[in-house]
Ligand binder design. Structure first.
Ligand code: GDP
Length: 138
């Protein structure tokens, strides 16, 4: 069993597609074991994306991620990190496969609706960043 962190980013929440994203997770047997709405401060967004702090888009990305509410979820299942990333689609929606969340809803390389952890190590850090043990329904 593996866990991953999913975020419906502020563009997805603002465009009222929380239900659409959750439907796709459930249809693909990605089990949600924790879920809440948050509004990150700029500092919290900088901490979350610290691995990208040298990238030219870091300031813009952290402005965007702190621009409104987001929904954070923990997903659990076999191979869930890769399975969820397949459903999300490529970072750049123009390169994302047909039928993926980003292909269908992203409007920009940055405003790409969803986040998903990319390794077991980043999943452990990211889940711990937003959830304590009492918030995860196991
Ligand atoms: P992910 O794992 O597919 O989310 O992609 P990355 O970890 O590479 O990047 C993190 C996030 O930064 C992406 O989801 C985008 O929101 C944003 N991002 C990535 N590349 C770019 C870029 O070239 N320009 C801008 N403005 N944002 C980017």
């Amino acid at each position: 069993m593996e866990r991953t962190l999913s975020i419906i980013k502020p563009d997805g929440v603002g465009r009222s597609i929380i239900g659409e994203v959750v439907k796709r997770l459930e249809e693909n047997d990605l089990k949600i074991i924790a879920m809440k709405m948050i509004w990150m401060t700029k500092k919290q967004a900088q901490g979350f994306y610290a691995v990208h702090k040298e990238r030219p888009f870091f300031d813009s990305l952290t402005d965007f991620m702190s621009s409104g509410p987001a929904v954070v979820m923990v997903l659990e299942g076999d191979n869930v990190i890769a399975r969820y990333r397949n459903i999300m689609g490529a970072t750049d929606y123009k390169e994302a496969a047909e039928g993926t969340i980003r292909k269908d809803f992203a409007t920009d390389i940055e405003k790409n609706v969803v986040h998903g952890s990319d390794s077991p190590e980043s999943a452990a850090f990211e889940i711990g960043y937003f959830f304590n043990q009492f918030e995860i329904a196991v």
